[in-house]
Write a protein that binds this ligand. Structure first.
Ligand code: NAI
Length: 456
């Protein structure tokens, strides 16, 4: 039996970051990971999709350069080369995490973990034919794609006709007709890639808008942009069956068919709380995931949960922070998880960046708000770089305390800009102080400053 201070189950962003911080603090740590370090984010999510989307961006530049006085003839996209480059990117980052674990003295065992129960010295976990004991446990098992019981969907997944986030990042050929079920984050990012790569993409979404909780003006602009690029959106539509080479959906009580060479099912993810013995230590779970408090503690003393598995905010950057909060709590340091200033990004082109409250959510919470909605054309750099660009920035301020509540934007670089807004919200700065911040000129981020000056 090997005894550790901490056993981390799952080597994704929550798990590996927590392990790194724990190792650095001198906690004897073991990470058990059944696939590759990096989890969904690094192997079949955030990073590989960004590699694909960057290839698409380069290709799009070659196709649409004339607006900027540049003509490129005969450019094409080589899907196999795109995927090979993506695999290279992933491989190098996975090995980087392995080295970080080593540097901080963390032991990594590549094997499936099973929690056996509680022994005299701690929690007993089996992996790779051995039993390990951890004085503390961090559950970071992540999430898995939801495959609803739609007739033909599961069969489609088995045959390879229906893809999830994993397979869609590995297609060796660009499908002619691609149907995407779900117009959320994964659906839109993949719609963006395959649209650029040459597929005819149809997005079927149950709601009357795309991009979930995104500000409605922004999701409307995003939809318009992608419609003009050739994506078909079927909104307010319910998929009722999947047959080989077609998806059947219902719109206003009528049945329609969409032809498909491949289907992506991206209708959300579910926390992984079963199959690894959680019940053996009586950890309390809810429908959304493992129930945790602000310190990422579960109902069982010594057992923590971080990342998608608690179902609170299924984002890699939330997972990092939750992992840190868990480790700080183990170390006896005062820390707590706050969710009000977590940025979210949709890596379409243009990108969507949001943080904090939307006007709607702020009003629902009872804030008296002032909202400024400004065209991105207030930024000289934006105009120089975006022919015909129709981006906007929205700033939401609490009138009473004159504090920033939310920033939402659709623009190039939104992903890189939004953390600045998160910082402003997190530090609870007042509008008057924010106006004193000097932004570099000319930049796209300057519009946030412009918007703040519009506040009465
Ligand atoms: P999602 O929750 O973002 O979107 C799912 C969409 O599917 C929703 O709009 C929903 O209304 C729709 N839907 C549900 N059932 C449906 C049905 N039967 N027919 C048609 N539409 C249906 O989930 P998604 O895109 O699968 O992403 C999963 C998770 O991964 C999310 O939590 C997301 O935040 C995260 N993620 C984050 C990324 C980022 O930060 N850039 C990138 C990709 C994923």
């Amino acid at each position: 039996m090997e005894l550790y201070d901490l056993i981390v189950i799952g080597g994704g962003p929550a798990g590996y970051n927590a392990a790194e911080k724990a190792g650095a603090a001198g906690i004897k740590t073991l990470v058990l990971e059944k696939r590759a370090l990096g989890g969904v984010c690094l192997n079949e999510g955030c990073i590989p999709s960004k590699a694909l989307l960057y290839s698409a961006k380069v290709y799009d530049y070659t196709k649409h350069g004339e607006q900027y006085g540049v003509t490129v003839q005969g450019s094409s996209i080589d899907q196999k080369a795109v995927i090979a480059r993506k695999n290279k990117v992933v491989k190098s980052l996975v090995s980087g995490i392995g080295m970080t674990m080593k540097k901080h003295g963390v032991t990594v065992v590549n094997s499936e973990a099973q929690i056996l129960g509680r022994g005299t010295e701690g929690f007993e976990v089996s992996a790779d034919g051995k039993t390990y004991t951890g004085r503390q446990l961090l559950i970071a098992t992540g999430s898995t794609p939801v495959i609803p019981p739609i007739p033909g969907l599961r069969e489609g997944v088995s045959s390879g006709f229906v893809l999830t986030n994993r397979e869609v990042l590995d297609l060796q050929e660009v499908p002619r007709e691609m149907v995407i079920i779900g117009g959320g984050v994964i659906g839109l990012e993949m719609a963006s890639y395959y649209n650029s790569a040459g597929s005819h993409v149809t997005v079927i979404e149950m709601l009357d808008h795309i991009a979930g909780n995104t500000d409605s003006d922004i999701s409307g602009i995003l939809k318009k942009n992608y419609q003009s690029k050739g994506i078909t959106f079927k909104l307010g539509c319910k998929v009722t069956a999947v047959n080989p080479n077609e998806v059947i959906y219902e719109e206003n009580g009528q049945i329609f068919k969409a032809k498909a060479d491949k289907v992506l099912c991206s209708i959300g993810r579910a926390a992984v709380t079963t199959g690894f013995g959680l019940e053996n230590i009586h950890v309390h779970t809810e429908r959304s995931g493992i129930k945790t408090d602000e310190q990422m503690r579960t109902n069982v003393a010594g057992v923590y949960a971080a990342g998608d598995v608690n179902g609170i905010s299924m984002l890699a950057h939330t997972a990092y922070r939750e992992g840190e909060v868990a480790v700080n709590t183990m170390l006896g340091k005062k820390d707590r998880m706050r969710y009000n200033a977590i940025p979210s990004v949709i890596y379409t082109n243009p990108e969507v960046g949001s943080v904090g409250e939307t006007e709607e959510s702020a009003k629902k919470k009872g804030y008296d708000v002032e909202t400024v909605n400004l065209t991105m054309r207030y930024s000289g750099r934006y105009v120089a770089e975006n022919e015909g660009g129709d981006g906007i920035v929205k700033v939401i301020v609490d009138k009473k305390y004159r504090r920033l509540l939310g920033v939402h934007m659709i623009s190039n670089y939104a992903s890189e800009i939004i953390y600045g807004a998160a910082l402003m919200i997190e530090t609870e700065m007042r509008v008057e102080n924010l106006k004193e911040i000097v932004f570099p000129h000319p930049t796209v981020c300057e519009v946030i400053r412009e918007a703040l000056f519009e506040i009465k």
